[in-house]
Design a protein around this ligand. Structure first.
Ligand code: AMP
Ligand code: GLY
Length: 438
């Protein structure tokens, strides 16, 4: 026991960390990890121009597992933290577990194995998990080409609008909400015929939930958990929540309507049965669980699980965490979360995403980003950016998230919008109404 403790101590005194991913989420996580006294060196693969300011970028794809292995060996990595879902669903954790050389070195991974990542990779799998474990969620029926008549019959029992979800990952585009039954039937057929490729060969038809959405984030080692700050994000491109869905245009934390009573209910009715379900079903899980909720009259129901943090939610969640994030991540990755607590700032964090004109449809990359004067005290988390020579250029639809902390939501928003006045790039767009409904 003592020697085990000594090994743990040794490891957490000399920790090189590899963070996989390249978005605003990863910059926010990297920024926080860089403040840890347990950190020796931080590497980000592939990272962006922002992560390069707090660590060392490695130019490999997060899904190139052989290259990840080489980086682990070359840079003496002890802990791999996985940002996005893609490497998890493709099995990066399983790959590292199956590699004798990496296991001899005791390399740990924060992020679930492939089977558990199916909670995000298959809507049907997630629904069955919720049903088995008594987690409240919308009624559903799973449609395939073989049960079309029954699927139409289930649709007919539902009230409009009709919710159709591609079972598999469809780059955030696989959910359709359709006002009338006839169109819902036609869309269902076109999904089953491959509208979203193989992802929609199965379609989950769901009861439409009403209320307000919010997201809860949990860090777990599969047995114990800590609950991170909750957040609300703004998915639509246009002000007043109009227009196309995006990855997220801004976020706020805490969520003002999430009072103590609601948070208690969420923990008792959703977080506990979810973690107990993982444990009882012997699904190994260490990492973040992102639970998307619909709250109606104080009653929370799960819309979806993601097996990672949200983006841009992370850009408001992380700045409110006062505890050492690396210590918590290490505890989760080594199965030692029991007894760990998390200190959270009472301040409100807001973030506003600056995007490339045209996003979420076609847009141009390579625009020079000018920052004139100071954006302090706001934090600028890079998402789609790239250092080219002396310049930082746009390299994605979502470019930067401007986060501020203040005593109230309005003060935080005022700081973010003031900082944005100092940032400029060709065709820059952002929503001026983040938090408008709270
Ligand atoms: P998902 O990819 O499952 O998060 O769904 C994307 C968005 O569709 C959610 O953020 C909700 O706004 C909406 N949505 C998903 N499922 C439902 C549902 N059962 N009822 C109402 N809205 C839903
Ligand atoms: N902001 C939503 C997501 O990360 O999926």
């Amino acid at each position: 026991m003592l020697s085990y403790a000594l090994i743990q101590l040794f490891k957490i005194t000399y920790m090189n960390v590899l963070l996989l991913g390249s978005g605003g989420r990863e910059h926010a996580i990297a920024w926080k990890l860089a403040q840890s006294s347990l950190l020796t060196q931080l590497f980000i693969a592939p990272g962006n121009a922002g992560t390069a300011q707090v660590g060392t970028n490695i130019a490999i794809a997060a899904t190139d597992f052989e290259a990840v292995k080489q980086t682990i060996l070359t840079e003496n990595i002890t802990l791999v933290i996985v940002g996005p879902e893609d490497p998890l669903v493709k099995g990066v954790h399983d790959f590292i577990l199956a590699d004798d050389e990496l296991q001899m070195l005791g390399v740990k991974v924060l992020g679930p194995q492939k089977y558990a990542a199916t909670l995000e990779g298959s809507k049907e799998f997630a629904k069955q998990f919720m049903l088995r474990n008594g987690v409240p969620t919308a009624a559903h029926f799973t449609a395939t080409a073989e049960n079309l008549e029954e699927s139409f019959a289930f649709l007919a029992t539902q009230q409009p609008p009709y919710v159709l979800k591609a079972d598999g990952l469809a780059a955030g585009k696989g959910v359709l909400i359709i006002p009338d039954l006839a169109t819902a039937k036609t869309e269902l057929q076109s999904m089953l015929q491959g509208k979203f490729g193989d992802a929609s060969r199965k379609v989950v038809i769901e009861e439409c939930l009403h209320g307000i959405e919010m997201s809860v984030f949990v860090l777990t080692d599969g047995k114990d958990y800590v609950i991170l700050p909750e957040a609300k994000d703004y998915k639509r491109i246009g002000e007043g929540d109009t227009g196309l869905n995006t990855g997220g245009m801004g976020a706020v934390s805490p969520v003002p309507f999430a009072d103590e009573a609601l948070k208690q209910r969420i923990e008792q009715e959703i977080v506990k049965p979810t973690i107990a379900g993982l444990r009882n079903e012997k699904i190994p899980y260490c990492g973040f669980v992102f639970i998307g909720l619909m709250v109606n009259n104080g009653v929370p129901k799960v819309i979806e699980y993601n097996v990672r943090m949200g983006d841009p939610e992370t850009e408001v969640v992380i700045p409110r965490i006062e505890s050492d994030l690396l210590q918590l991540c290490w505890a989760a990755a080594t199965g030692n979360l029991a007894g760990q607590t998390i200190a959270i700032s009472p301040q409100t964090a807001t973030t506003v995403m600056l995007v490339s004109g045209g996003y979420p449809e076609a847009y141009e990359n390579g625009k020079t980003i000018h920052i004139n004067g100071t954006t302090a005290p706001s934090m600028v988390f890079h998402a789609g950016t790239k250092q080219i020579g002396d310049e930082i250029c746009t390299a994605g639809g979502r470019v930067m998230a401007i986060t501020s902390l203040a005593g109230t939501k309005n003060d935080a928003l005022a700081l973010s919008y003031k900082a944005i006045q100092h940032i400029e790039f060709d065709a820059m767009y952002y929503r001026r109404d983040i938090g408008f409904d709270l």
